[in-house]
Design a protein around this ligand. Structure first.
Ligand code: EPU
Length: 417
């Protein structure tokens, strides 16, 4: 079993380069199959989820060339083969194949998605969107068969603000007849990134990044070249780690605007932050004030940074309340932090976190961001070695983690037992 070992207690110092956004990449890769000709993606992160998506596209008949941070996807020979099992179940974002194949071929059979299941994550809003566009959907032994003779534009009001449903509906609607509007759409930067790619492929999408998105369907989409936005969650994780270790780190290749909710919260705690055009310098301080944090949809504080933030909040002088209004129970990392001596109580949607000194322990990452929380916690512990299992979850979202942290002066290594 592979473990991540951390001998903490050293302030992180130096510069870290942020990769392209995971949650953009795993939507852009399936979006590319709506094209008749080759699409090139630049600034691609080297993540296990990207590797799985590459295999999925190859299984469907696409030709994929992936070298360093660039991927060329030629979907000209792709077919809508049924994919009830296998790789689709390893990945949450395999649900984007539903919208992309439906848009291109009018049909898709895709197994219900897997991925980080920190709590039940329904896809009813995706299904509602496809049905509004004219698709018929049946559940065949755990796989959804989605079929439409003709996709027609529709007005769709999302009951829940959902990143996945907004993107999935954009994918299918870009090839529907007529105009689709998505009301109560998600506004995350990854939505804008997907709309930008689709528009470069010839789609007509307006309003991405606002709560109303208008999609005028087109007859065909074509190849293009697109550079993926920086990963705001990876960037935020390094910012939090810099603060937690009382370090001094320049987080480079970021869009500071995407980091505003986190930046403001760190400043409120007393962390010093200096914003530049494409980088942010985080200078940790000996003492921090406790703060209350509410994870919300964008532009609120990101739920994906809620778990990493909980580790930082153990380093304050008082009691902080960290609430998640996107997921009601994304707290699987808390029992692991308790093993490290944290003083945290979970009450409903909130974790009540009292400042304290953590100690080294053997802990388990149960999902990607829970893993990031444990890495940050381990980095703060001055004595002993923190051992983290469940490294495969961390590899879903943090490429070059050990190299990056080592370059910042941390003592971190992988160990196989
Ligand atoms: N929801 C529904 N019905 C739906 C869809 C969502 O009730 O049909 C609910 C969810 O249960 C949740 C809320 O709506 O309470 C938001 O879910 P959303 O659909 O926005 O999440 P997602 O698209 O499945 C993406 C990211 C997540 C990130 C969320 C929120 C991908 C592949 N995943 O998930 O990222 O937490 O948006 O920002 O893009 C991560 O990177 O660690 C991660 C989990």
């Amino acid at each position: 079993m592979e473990k991540l070992m951390i001998a903490g207690g050293r302030p992180l110092r130096g510069t870290v380069q942020i990769s392209g956004a995971k949650n953009s990449a795993i939507a852009l890769i399936p979006a590319a199959i709506l094209s008749e000709t080759a699409v090139t993606l630049d600034n691609l992160p080297a993540l296990s989820d990207v590797a799985i998506y590459t295999e999925l596209l190859q299984e469907l008949g696409a030709s994929v060339e992936w070298s360093k941070d660039q991927m060329m996807i030629d979907p000209s020979r792709l077919l809508s083969r049924p994919m009830p099992n296998g790789n689709v179940k390893k990945l949450r974002a395999s649900y984007y194949l539903m919208g992309a194949l439906l848009g291109r071929f009018g049909e898709a059979t895709i197994g219900l998605p897997g991925g980080c299941n920190f709590e039940p994550r329904p896809i009813d809003q995706h299904i509602k969107g496809f049905e509004a566009l004219g698709a018929r959907i049946t559940n065949e032994n755990g796989a959804l068969h989605i079929q439409a003779k003709e996709l027609r534009g529709a007005k769709i009001y999302l009951d829940v603000v959902s990143v996945g449903a907004t993107i999935n509906i954009m994918l299918a609607a870009s090839r529907a007849k007529g105009v689709t509007t998505i009301e109560n759409a998600a506004k995350e930067p990854e939505i804008i990134d997907v709309a930008t790619l689709l528009n470069s492929m010839g789609a007509k999408i307006k309003g991405a990044g606002t709560e109303t998105i208008r999609i005028e369907g087109v007859d065909a989409l074509h190849g293009c070249r697109h550079s993926i936005i920086p990963d705001r969650i990876q960037a935020g994780t390094y910012m939090i780690a810099a603060a937690a270790t009382r370090g001094d780190v320049i987080v480079d290749n970021v869009i500071p605007k995407h980091m505003e909710a986190l930046t403001a919260k760190l400043q409120e705690m007393g962390v010093h932050i200096y914003e530049m055009d494409e980088s942010i310098r985080v200078v940790g301080q000996p003492e921090y004030e406790s703060v209350d944090v509410k994870a919300l949809v964008y532009p609120g504080f990101a739920t994906d940074l809620q778990s990493p933030m909980s580790s930082l909040l153990t380093q304050t002088r008082g009691v902080s309340i960290l609430s998640d209004y996107v997921y009601s129970n994304r707290f699987k990392h808390i029992p692991e932090l308790l093993r490290m001596g944290a003083k945290i109580k979970v009450e409903g949607r909130s974790a009540i976190i009292e400042g304290c000194q953590l100690s080294a322990a053997k802990v388990k990452a149960t999902d990607l961001r829970a893993g990031a929380a444990l890495v940050i916690a381990g980095l703060t512990v001055a004595e002993g070695v923190t051992e983290i299992t469940g490294v495969e979850y961390i590899d879903r979202g943090y490429d070059h983690l050990v190299t990056n942290l080592s370059n910042l002066g941390a003592e971190v290594w992988r160990q196989n037992d």
